[in-house]
Ligand binder design. Structure first.
Ligand code: GRF
Length: 232
């Protein structure tokens, strides 16, 4: 009987992890910053992470306002979400620029104009240059679909499957010059199942992205507000 209880407890422990994921560090969301942190979101794709940021603001899990959504691709679906939730957005098409620097400068100008404090790359499929990175030093974060430092680059999910790792996940990190290399803010682990396809794995990774990105925003917002106070 005792043995049964032990096994039951062990099973419960794994149930606690939901059999899907493990997030670290697990931060409390109760430390809401005041005043609201002004966010600038950069996106190129379907904008599901963008939408979850909006939802976490609505649920008061983060005390923030989205000052602007910037997209580099005029066909990007994130625009539809901005319209749906009445969030200001601007298209800064890199194809209209002569250089990466020119594009970065337009992005930077818009962020500064609106006094954005924290920039979130939520599926931003462009490498950005040093000037923009330095301007938002420690205030520019990115979400990547792997447990960094493994599987950097655009095809992170495919790389993890090719290498036959059994656990992958997602990472929110500060942005540095080297792609997918800045210091790690939060990660979630996602086991790869035998039957997984790229699509099924991507879906489970994205479910975790939608949880950890708002958590990372809350964490960095506190750091920004704390540093600001120190400087006063
Ligand atoms: C996410 O999987 C993110 O990790 C990667 O781009 C994807 C963006 O998805 N950088 P969405 O546009 O937020 O749906």
């Amino acid at each position: 009987m005792k043995q049964d209880n032990k096994e039951y407890a062990e099973r419960n422990l794994f149930n606690g992890l939901n059999g899907h994921s493990l997030i670290s560090p697990l931060e409390s969301q109760n430390n809401l910053v005041e005043p609201k942190i002004r966010l600038g979101i950069l996106a190129s794709g379907k904008g599901s992470n963008f939408e979850y940021i909006i939802k976490s603001i609505q649920k008061k899990q983060i005390n923030a306002v989205i000052s602007i959504l910037i997209v580099n691709n005029p066909n990007c679906l994130a625009i539809k979400k901005a319209i749906k939730y009445n969030i200001p957005y601007v298209i800064i098409n890199h194809r209209d620029c002569n250089s990466r620097l020119e594009h970065d400068k337009l992005v930077m100008k818009k962020l500064e104009e609106l006094s954005v404090e924290l920039v979130v790359m939520a599926g931003w499929m462009r490498i950005i240059g040093e000037e923009l990175i330095n301007k938002f030093n420690n205030r520019l974060i990115n979400i990547h679909p792997s447990l960094l430092p493994s599987f950097k680059g655009i095809d992170a999910i495919e790389q993890a499957m090719d290498k036959r790792v059994t656990i992958t996940g997602c990472t929110v990190h500060h942005v540095q010059k080297e792609v997918d290399s800045g210091s790690i803010i939060i990660q979630a682990a996602v086991p790869i199942k035998d039957k997984d396809s790229i699509e099924t794995l991507k879906k489970r990774i994205q479910e975790m992205e939608h949880i950890i990105l708002p958590l990372a925003i809350a964490k960095v917002a506190i750091e920004i507000r704390t540093n600001f106070k120190d400087k006063k």
